[in-house]
Design a protein around this ligand. Structure first.
Ligand SMILES: Nc1ncnc2c1ncn2[C@@H]1O[C@H](COP(=O)(O)OP(=O)(O)O)[C@@H](O)[C@H]1O
Ligand SMILES: [Mg+2]
Length: 250
């Protein structure tokens, strides 16, 4: 679904590459997380996939094709929910469809479907400020799926939520992923969150990012929070913690 081939990137104001000949692969339908300390370059990888930034060398493929020239190949949920405060929830959800030029009736039909999907039926005419943090994140996720892309990029979507809301949202997202059959790449610095959600974890070992360490989570697709108490999961948690502690950002 997603392939990096020897991708390098350097911010124009910096004198070294932050990403250096990086190659990695995410399979179709997979839930993969990207973990690493703050500032190591995780969001930069997302900006390259969305073409907000362009590699200085190397190529990125989505669905087996170079992303250059492709449209609607990715849905991106940035670090902040970024709902437009002057638009209602319904209007926020319609945005990706407006950009695509869908008809008004089609937009309303899909919008209502998604409102139901994210558990916010009846909230279409409310404004973002009238919703809780968890609800706003669900709207942002709804807007991301309305891009109709098979690949979804979620950048620390739950990091600003309180503890219990965060746990609820993780469970909700896992169910959504199982129903929607999308490929999800999820950024977090929370080890437990990465383990609970993912089939695969990519660890950023150091910056510049030259390789990602790929770890398979030994849990079935359908899982509960109780699975986190298994001894092999506790061991994995420790290993990941050690890896992050060793991480040096140069
Ligand atoms: N526009 C920019 N110009 C120069 N450096 C940047 C820019 N954006 C981010 N960086 C630097 O690149 C590094 C990685 O940023 P980012 O990918 O956002 O990290 P992460 O998401 O892992 O916290 C940071 O050290 C940051 O200072
Ligand atoms: Mg970031």
């Amino acid at each position: 679904m997603l392939d990096f081939h020897k991708v390098s990137y350097q911010y124009p104001t910096e004198n070294v590459d932050i990403i250096e000949e990086l190659s990695f692969h995410v399979a179709r339908g997979e839930f993969a997380s990207l973990i690493g300390v703050s500032g190591c370059g995780k969001s930069t990888i997302f900006r390259l996939i969305t073409q907000l930034l362009h590699p200085k060398s190397g190529t990125i493929d989505v669905g087996g094709k170079n992303i250059i020239g492709q449209k609607s190949y990715v849905g991106y949920m940035p670090q902040k929910d970024l709902l437009f405060p002057w638009r209602t929830i319904g209007q926020n959800l319609e945005l990706p469809m407006e950009l695509k030029g869908l008809s008004r009736t089609e937009r309303e039909r899909r919008r209502n479907e998604v409102l139901e999907e994210i558990g916010l039926k009846g909230y279409g005419n409310k404004y973002p400020k009238e919703l809780s943090g968890g609800m706003r994140q669900r709207v942002a996720f709804g807007r991301t799926i309305l891009t109709d892309s098979e690949l979804l990029l979620l950048d620390e979507p739950f990091s600003a939520l309180d503890f219990l809301t965060k746990l609820e949202m993780q469970e909700w997202l896992l169910t959504e992923w199982q129903q929607l059959q999308k490929t999800i790449l999820f950024i977090t610095h929370d080890i437990e969150e990465a383990i609970f959600l993912s089939q695969t974890i990519f660890v950023v070992g150091h910056t510049p990012i030259h390789t990602l360490e790929r770890i398979q989570v030994p849990l079935p697709k359908m899982r509960t929070r109780a699975c986190l108490n298994k001894p092999e999961i506790a061991a994995l948690k420790n290993d990941l913690l050690e890896m992050l502690r060793r991480q040096v950002v140069s």
